[in-house]
Every structure is written in structure tokens, then in C-alpha cells.
Design a protein around this ligand. Structure first.
Ligand code: NAI
Ligand code: MG
Length: 338
């Protein structure tokens, strides 16, 4: 049975890594029936609109998308397409797993998941600038908001994820000592939800700055982390850095009616079109998409292939210290699939 899904090849290295990923998905017989759609600069060039209505309609229909990075046009008043997609489809949970794939380093055997609230907090961008007489005294202000319902929903998502994936502990990350209301509400709802899972999933709490330090000193103490938007944005780049950087970091934006899977990195214009890009982050995102539709059997096969090819450093792309181009690496990975 095939599963309709939207495919967005994206900009810069996007089409190259998407080709690599669909080649691997085809090799294991992934069930997706792709509806290819434009977004980003490719869409601006073709239609004048970075997020054409056809693309939105497609995602509304399929409820499932694999998206390559998009170049956000600078100037011209375009709002970030990623932020627009999150809001349009209510993609409230941003899921970022961090796992060690290249063994033996300083951060061997890391396996944690960060769940970031994706719609509220300081990303509401309610900002203003108040000029005070001559400019040296001008003031910039910014406000954020968190709703009780959303705090509850995101923490519940993290606990449900833990139950479903056999994880043992959820850490609520906050700054309720200073932002007593804004993140205090998150902590309050978090504790409420945690009570419902008592005996099944352990819960603890960390203040965000201390959490950042501990992620570097002892990341192994973490299992599932759940936090508000801005803290999650920053901490998830930190955790990507623990395991080899952007080339290895997948992400999923999940809502009640749609889910969009992507690499955490951008369109890498500096290496675009040169057959240099590492397709693994997008491939790991495609693996999350397979798991989302219940095909863990296929994601396991792909993951075993990745773990096997990664033991031969010369076969990897240059960002991981190897010598292969995107296509050569993809061919090598294909041969390591069982
Ligand atoms: P970037 O992530 O595209 O690149 C940062 C550095 O990492 C570059 O040196 C690049 O060559 C390298 N890199 C990134 N992905 C790689 C891969 N798969 N393999 C090997 N090397 C890789 O970030 P940058 O340069 O800040 O942004 C470029 C464009 O991407 C901008 O227009 C930005 O708005 C957009 N962007 C889009 C995102 C998305 O669609 N989800 C996320 C982040 C940025
Ligand atoms: Mg970010």
C-alpha cells in the first residue's frame, strides 16, 4: 500500500541530497508516493511566491512532507517559509533526536531527544522599538507568550513519545526562577502532566543555563528533553554539535494534521551543485518519517546501512573527514544496505 507524501526538493544542496535520499528510500522499497512541489527560491523563480498555494494544498492533502532546506530570500518582505509552514499546519512539536553515529569520539554513545515547542514563546515576534529623543536612549522591547493549553500539549507530546519509544525519563527545561510567569506556566503544566505518567516515565527538571552546561559535561544523563521555543532552538543546535554537527542532525515538525520532516541544516550555497553535500541529515529525517508511518522495519534497515558504511571513514563525505562526493557516498551506502 502506498502512502501519498509531499516532496520539496528545495534550494542550494537541496535537490542533490533529496536525489540521494529518494535513491536510498527506493532501494529499501519505501512506500511513499511522492507529490513533488516547490517552495523557497525555486518557487520564487517559478511563481513569484516562496510558498505557492499548490504546495500548501499538497501538504494539506497528504499530511506528510519531506522537505529539503530552503533559501530564505533576504529582503523583499518574505516571512520565513519554515515559520509560515509551522503556523499554517499547527506543527506544534519540533522533534530533534541526537545520536552518535561516528563512534569513538569525545561524545560516543549519545542518544537523546529534544522536544521543542514550535509555535509560541518569544517566536511570536511581538517586538517594538521606542525612540527616546536622540537615538542613544532608544529602547527595543520584545514580548513572548505561552498558553496553558500549549504547554500542556507539548509536555504531553514528550511523555507520549517517551512511552512509545521505550524511553525512561523526561526533563522539563525552563527558566522559571527568572521568567516566573512565562516559563513558570510551562513548568506548572509540565509537573501536572508528569504526575499522570508517574511509575511509567521518570521526570526531572533543569534550569536552561545549567542544562546547557550539563549537556556538554555529561550529555548521557539526558533521555528526552522538553522545553519552550527559544530554549529549544538554542539547545538543539548545541546537541547537534555533540554528534558531528549539522550534517548529522534531522528534525521533524509535528502537528495534529500534518508532519514535515527535514534536515536541521540550511541550503549550503557555498557547496551547492558541487556534489559535496552530506545527505545523512535528510536521510535520518526520512527515517523519522518512516517511523511516523509505522515502517520501523525500513528505517532500521537504513540505519544499519548507515552504521555499517560509517565504519569506513574514507567512504564518507568531506564534512565527516572522508573523500566521497554525494553520489559516490550514496552508492556506497546502497551497497551497505542489507
Ligand atoms: P547552512 O546550514 O546552509 O550552512 C552552514 C555550513 O554548513 C556551510 O559551510 C555549509 O556548507 C555546511 N553544510 C550545511 N549542510 C551541509 C551538508 N548537508 N553537508 C555538508 N556541509 C553542509 O547555513 P547558512 O549558510 O546559514 O544558510 C544558508 C541558507 O539556508 C540561508 O538562506 C538560510 O536561510 C537557509 N536555511 C534554511 C533552513 C531550512 O530550510 N530548514 C535552515 C537553516 C538555514
Ligand atoms: Mg535554529
Amino acid at each position: 500500500k502506498t502512502i501519498p507524501a509531499t516532496l520539496i526538493p528545495g534550494d542550494g544542496i537541496g535537490p542533490e541530497i533529496m536525489d540521494a535520499v529518494t535513491e536510498i528510500l527506493d532501494a529499501v522499497g519505501a512506500p511513499f508516493a511522492w507529490d513533488k512541489q516547490l517552495a523557497g527560491m525555486a518557487a520564487v523563480d517559478a511563481t513569484g511566491n516562496p510558498l505557492p498555494p499548490q504546495t500548501i494544498d499538497s501538504i494539506r492533502r497528504t499530511g506528510l512532507a519531506l522537505k529539503s532546506p530552503l533559501t530564505t530570500p533576504v529582503g523583499g518582505g518574505f516571512k520565513s517559509i519554515n515559520v509560515t509552514l509551522r503556523q499554517e499546519f499547527g506543527l506544534y512539536a519540533n522533534l530533534r533526536p541526537t545520536r552518535t553515529f561516528v563512534p569513538g569520539g569525545r561524545f560516543d554513545k549519545i542518544d537523546l531527544v529534544l522536544v521543542r515547542e514550535n509555535l509560541e514563546g518569544y517566536y511570536a515576534a511581538m517586538e517594538s522599538y521606542i525612540p527616546v529623543g536622540d537615538d542613544p536612549h532608544g529602547i527595543a522591547t520584545g514580548a513572548g507568550y505561552n498558553s496553558r493549553a500549549e504547554c500542556n500539549r507539548i509536555v504531553r507530546f514528550a511523555f507520549e513519545y517517551a512511552v512509545k519509544h521505550g524511553r525512561k525519563k523526561v526533563t522539563l527545561v525552563h527558566k522559571a526562577n527568572i521568567l516566573k510567569l512565562l516559563t513558570g506556566l510551562f513548568l506548572e503544566e509540565g509537573r501536572k502532566v508528569a504526575k499522570e505518567y508517574e511509575g511509567r516515565v521518570e521526570c526531572n527538571e533543569r534550569i536552561v543555563d545549567a542544562c546547557a552546561m550539563q549537556l556538554v559535561i555529561d550529555p548521557w544523563q539526558y533521555d528526552v528533553i522538553v522545553t519552550t521555543n527559544l530554549f529549544g532552538d538554542i539547545l538543539s543546535d548545541l546537541t547537534a554539535g555533540l554528534v558531528g554537527g549539522l550534517g548529522m542532525a534531522p528534525g521533524a515538525n509535528i502537528g495534529e494534521k500534518a508532519a514535515v520532516f527535514e534536515a536541521v541544516h540550511g541550503s549550503a550555497p557555498d557547496i551547492a551543485g558541487k556534489d559535496l553535500a552530506n545527505p545523512l541529515a535528510l536521510l535520518l529525517a526520512a527515517n523519522m518519517m518512516l517511523e511516523h508511518v509505522g515502517r520501523d522495519d525500513l528505517s532500521t534497515r537504513i540505519e544499519s546501512g548507515i552504521r555499517s558504511v560509517i565504519t569506513k571513514p574514507e567512504l564518507l563525505t568531506r564534512d565527516l573527514g572522508g573523500k566521497s562526493g554525494t553520489r559516490e557516498f550514496t552508492a556506497a551506502l546502497k551497497q551497505h544496505l542489507v
